[in-house]
Design a protein around this ligand. Structure first.
Ligand SMILES: [Zn+2]
Length: 274
């Protein structure tokens, strides 16, 4: 067991993802079976759906759909018989055995308030460099309704909607033009009172000006924009998600105050109206 390293990225399949790894201390085993555990590090509930690949689905015992409460650890959520694992390698990639979908929140209670008027998360006039359904990286169900605003490194970011800071990352200095850098983006995730979450991505190194657990008001300063993660230019990727049973995180259409009924166009500049 010592020489085995199980590697799993719980990737959220957005253009900039948050990942959770199953570490060595999440694994226990008997002679015949390996037990995996997973912990929710967010301060919001987390939905997790496990999908074994066809050839292993009958051998693996697993919890199909789970909602993990904040900080909850689910021990033995998956039991993998040793005899189906590769034996001739010191590294075993669990993604060869199953995939998963995850969502920030509880699919059974989330319902996006479609009348909410979000604030633009910055103040100055900035260009929309990729809009909804953009082909570069807003081509997935979790990012279809995202916006990439061309904020400059150092721009102040504000909460578009009030809520609770449930997750953040600010320790990265890396960026690049391929998906390899997807987990290097700094970000803040804020959960709203309707169970949805807003994600603010590509923050500067040490660019979070709030703490996990903080309650923030609409318009409150929350961070400093940057250029970390999967990106080629400085910008903020802003998206609102709801957790769903079928697809995990799904982005939802939103409207901004001052721009009700207006379609945001790539290349145009937008500023906060107040
Ligand atoms: Zn984006």
């Amino acid at each position: 067991m010592r020489n085995l390293f199980f590697f799993l990225l719980l990737s959220f399949s957005v253009c900039n993802a948050q990942h959770v790894s199953i570490k060595r201390d999440s694994i226990s085993s008997t002679k015949d079976t390996i037990f995996l555990s997973v912990k929710n590090n967010m301060l919001s509930p987390m939905f997790l759906k496990i999908i074994p690949i066809d050839s292993t689905s009958r051998s693996i015992v697993y919890t199909k759909n789970t909602v993990l409460q904040p900080s909850e650890k689910l021990i033995g959520f998956m039991k993998v018989p040793r005899n189906i694992l590769e034996t001739d390698t010191s590294k075993i990639n669990l993604s060869n055995y199953f995939s998963f979908k995850a969502g920030y929140g509880d699919p059974s209670t989330v319902k996006h308030n479609n009348t909410y008027q979000y604030l633009l998360p910055y103040k100055k006039r900035r260009k929309l460099i990729q809009g909804n359904f953009g082909k570069f990286s807003h081509d997935h169900i979790a990012s279809n309704h995202a916006f990439d605003f061309g904020t400059q490194i150092g721009d102040t970011l504000y909460a578009a909607r009030e809520g609770k800071v449930v997750m953040l990352k600010e320790d990265s200095k890396k960026h690049g033009r391929t998906r390899k850098y997807i987990n290097d983006g700094n970000y803040i995730i804020i959960q709203h009172d309707d169970g949805t979450t807003a994600s603010y991505y590509h923050l500067d190194f040490k660019g979070a000006l709030v703490e996990k657990g903080d309650l923030v008001q609409r318009g409150q300063v929350i961070g400093i924009s940057g250029m970390t993660g999967f990106t080629t230019v400085p910008h903020v990727h802003f998206v609102v998600h709801k957790a769903t049973v079928d697809n995990g995180n799904v982005s939802v259409p939103i409207q901004f105050e001052g721009y009700i009924g207006k379609k945001f166009k790539k290349g145009k500049r937008y500023a906060r109206k107040k």
